[in-house]
Write a protein that binds this ligand. Structure first.
Ligand SMILES: [Fe+2]
Length: 317
């Protein structure tokens, strides 16, 4: 496979798993195209054309040094210059894949957050409330990523001659779909049942060994789950702390998330929500692994690094 094929496969898998459905994705791209057509020539020049084809702008091809057949990939949750040097040390690495966004992928992180409006709406939060609260938060995230050194790792790949892509929401969607399908099938009564279920998923089981297993941030093992939401497994990053009161009012009892800040945790607790934090690196690994299985299936060797807990599900299928 060539880099563009690997990348397209990731985007297509992400679209297939997206909670908005294929139709929702098509509507989003159609709307972007309509808005693009109305831009002035000057605005069109500045426009990120990738947005017309790819709904996940935090997942990008960042550097093509040599467009060759990819046989061996180095994959990490966070790829920094240290991982690029690591690739050089290992040798024979055809492509480096970062999960967390870098370069223009990071600059566009806030763009994927509108996914959360639709998903919150599917869980019963009125769309106007979801959009209102997310708008504020999306702007905050956009300003937050504005100050960082976006190109640092990309520059390192250019100097050392590596190929680099980042796949963020494209693979987070796979983790979210995987967890949603299983959780909806099981119908857990108590938080304890949900915790036991999570601890049996290999990535979380592995994370438990080094102290990063699933944790209860609000509620306790005895509490009843009620309706469980996995809305926070995908969609860029955490929503506004103000959303938790609305989520509780919409009839959700328990949230399964990857990570949660203290302000959000307090708000969720005040709204009597149970918060189960499955784990950050482990949840990211789950989504990345589901995609890496696709690459392995096609004969590509995967070398995990930087927090990726590599679990292959190929033999179990
Ligand atoms: Fe993450």
């Amino acid at each position: 496979m060539k880099i563009k094929e690997i990348y397209s496969l990731a985007i297509n898998k992400g679209i297939e798993a997206d909670f908005r459905g294929k139709e929702g994705m098509e509507r989003l791209l159609k709307r972007r195209k309509e808005k693009f057509e109305k831009l002035s020539e000057k605005e069109k020049e500045e426009f990120d054309n990738e947005a017309l084809e790819n709904p996940f702008l935090d997942s990008r091809i960042l550097n093509i040094n040599q467009d060759k057949e990819i046989k061996k990939v180095l994959v990490g949750i966070d790829v920094e210059p240290a991982e690029i040097l690591l690739a050089k040390e290992i040798g024979g690495i055809d492509l480096i894949i970062s999960h967390h966004p870098l370069g223009k992928g990071l600059a566009n992180l806030a763009d994927v957050m509108e996914l959360q409006c639709d998903v919150l709406n599917q869980y019963g939060v009125p769309i106007n409330i979801a959009e209102g609260l997310m708008k504020e938060r999306i702007e905050e995230v956009a300003r937050g990523v504005n100050r960082v050194n976006h190109q640092r790792t990309v520059d390192t790949t250019k100097i050392l001659g590596f190929n680099l892509v980042c796949l963020h929401t494209a693979t987070d969607n796979l983790a979210a779909k995987f967890l949603k399908d299983k959780i909806e099938k099981e119908k857990f009564e108590r938080v304890e049942d949900l915790m036991n279920f999570l601890k049996e998923i290999p990535e979380y089981k592995e994370a438990l060994k080094f102290g990063a297993g699933p944790k209860i941030f609000a509620g306790d093992l005895e509490r009843r789950c009620g309706k469980i939401s996995v809305a926070e497994i995908t969609g860029g990053t955490e929503p506004s702390p103000k959303i938790y009161e609305k989520i509780a009012q919409a009839g959700i009892g328990t949230i399964v998330g990857m990570h949660m800040g203290e302000e959000s945790r307090k708000e969720a607790e005040a709204s009597n929500l149970n918060i189960v934090i499955a784990g950050h690196m482990s949840s990211d690994s789950l989504g990345v692994n589901l995609f890496l299985d696709e690459l392995e299936k096609r004969g590509i060797e995967v070398i995990p690094c930087s927090g990726l807990i590599r679990i292959s599900r190929l033999d179990k299928k």
